[in-house]
Design a protein around this ligand. Structure first.
Ligand SMILES: [Cu+2]
Length: 140
């Protein structure tokens, strides 16, 4: 489809911006400790990162998943990528506390200061998996 036709469709309200390939504006968190709730379809995912410090320092990652206000039991893993550099991405698998919807993990995964792309992979029990992505600005 030609750009002009797309623009016309968009102007007419026939297509939402997302339908024409516009990137949703990324959520950016940090620097400093993070406490942010992100929406993913019917889910709400509350993310805590503390102290959110760069280098060979342990950070604690806490993810609480709910649906309609109720805790969702889920297996959660996190992928950490620094897109500005040729660095291998790092992974962290969180441990879940039964019945709470809360998963937690500690890792030295923010190995240097800068902008990290963080993707939470959430696998609710008995439901399809989904991802939640955001950018974390990490300082020393
Ligand atoms: Cu780097």
């Amino acid at each position: 489809m030609k750009a002009a036709a797309l623009a016309a469709l968009t102007a007419a309200g026939a297509l939402a911006p997302a339908a024409v390939g516009a990137e949703p504006r990324a959520v950016v968190v940090g620097p400093g400790a993070v406490a942010r709730t992100l929406a993913a379809g019917p889910y709400r995912v509350a993310v805590g990162i503390s102290p959110n410090a760069a280098g060979r320092r342990p950070n604690t990652f806490v993810v609480r998943t709910t649906r309609n206000g109720k805790p969702v039991e889920a297996a959660v893993s996190i992928r950490f990528t620094m897109p500005a550099m040729r660095m291998p991405s790092l992974g962290l698998r969180l441990g879940a506390a039964r019945g709470t919807g809360v998963s937690r993990g500690v890792g030295e995964t923010l190995t240097m200061p800068g902008r990290w792309e963080i993707v939470l992979h959430v696998v609710p029990r008995g439901s399809p998996a989904f991802d939640v992505a955001f950018v974390d600005v990490v300082a020393l």
